[in-house]
Design a protein around this ligand. Structure first.
Ligand code: NAD
Length: 270
């Protein structure tokens, strides 16, 4: 159902790789809600070509950008304003990648060059996005910027290795830039801490199926889907949440407030 929540708003959506991507679902919902936006992803991800299908469906243009490159981001923000014919109202940062996780490295055996890459791609890129947006004065007042996080920023999930630190940094960047952009232009900055979700990035984490099921059994509402995450993200881009900023917002079916659930007790007692 559409509520026209984003009518007249212009945005940039990072991170739609394929139909399973959270950013893909956000793009579809943003279109339904009346937004105009550009899609962007790393040049390498573009080569897979799936994003073209989404662009067609959403009547959106694609601007390639490696989110770790300030130069690419400068080009992205200036071209996006040209294409959309004005300043930006919302930005979704839906980017995560750890070479250590990809190569199956354990927490005690991390490659430090890759660790830095994890931090650059998954966390510092968020700082760079806001740095470029601020320098170009590319955002409208009362704009909204959202990045996606995971509860491993606060709790220990051993297979999430260096991404745990990346998410902790990401959430801290949201608070610190949220202060700056709030004061200067009333722009809000938040992270959404999402349930485990079956996407390329999600299922790449070791033991994913087990902690997906565990989280589902721990959460009174069950795991939040990518579609539900998109719905929530749309509310944060809308004018209905204008005083929510510098928050890490749990979107996890109740998982983060649980100690143990009856389902888990039953499972262990068997
Ligand atoms: N899937 C989950 O279980 C889960 C849970 C909580 C949070 N998240 C977060 O949600 C976000 C989106 O992930 P997803 O689950 O939709 O998976 P996904 O694999 O579909 O999306 C990750 C995206 O990051 C992009 N990316 C990687 N390196 C990049 C770079 N250098 N520049 C620009 N883009 C780059 C990829 O191309 C891809 O589009 C990530 O931040 C992820 O950590 C995912």
């Amino acid at each position: 159902m559409s509520y026209n929540l984003l009518k007249g708003k212009k945005g940039i959506i990072f991170g739609a790789l394929d139909e399973k991507s959270i950013a893909w679902k956000v793009a579809k919902r943003a279109k339904e809600e009346g937004a105009e936006f550009v899609l962007t992803n790393a040049p390498l991800a573009m080569r897979m070509g799936e994003i073209n299908k989404l662009a067609e469906e959403c009547e959106a243009q694609i601007i390639p950008a490696d989110a770790t490159s300030v130069e690419d981001l400068e080009n992205l923000f200036s071209k996006a304003q040209e294409i959309l014919g004005g300043k930006i109202d919302f930005v979704l940062h839906s980017i995560g990648m750890s070479p250590n996780i990809r190569k199956g490295k354990t927490y005690g055996d991390l490659n430090y060059d890759w660790f830095l890459k994890t931090l650059d791609i998954s966390a510092l890129s968020f700082h760079k996005v806001m740095h470029v947006a601020e320098k170009q004065d590319a955002m409208n007042e009362w704009g909204s910027i959202v990045a996606l996080s995971y509860i491993a920023a606060q709790r220990v999930f051993p297979d999430y290795t260096d991404m745990s630190q990346a998410k902790a940094v990401l959430e801290s960047i949201a608070r610190n830039y949220g202060y700056r952009l709030g004061r200067s232009k009333k722009i809000r900055v938040n992270t959404i801490s999402q349930s485990p979700t079956k996407t390329t990035a999600g299922t790449g984490v070791g033991g994913f199926d087990a902690f997906y099921d565990y989280a589902d059994k721990m959460s009174p509402l069950g795991n939040a889907s990518a579609e539900a995450c998109a719905d929530y993200t749309i509310t944060l881009f809308s004018d209905l949440t204008r005083y929510v900023t510098m928050q890490n917002l749990m979107h996890d079916g109740g998982f983060s407030s649980m100690g143990i659930s009856e389902d888990i007790v039953d499972m262990i007692s068997k």
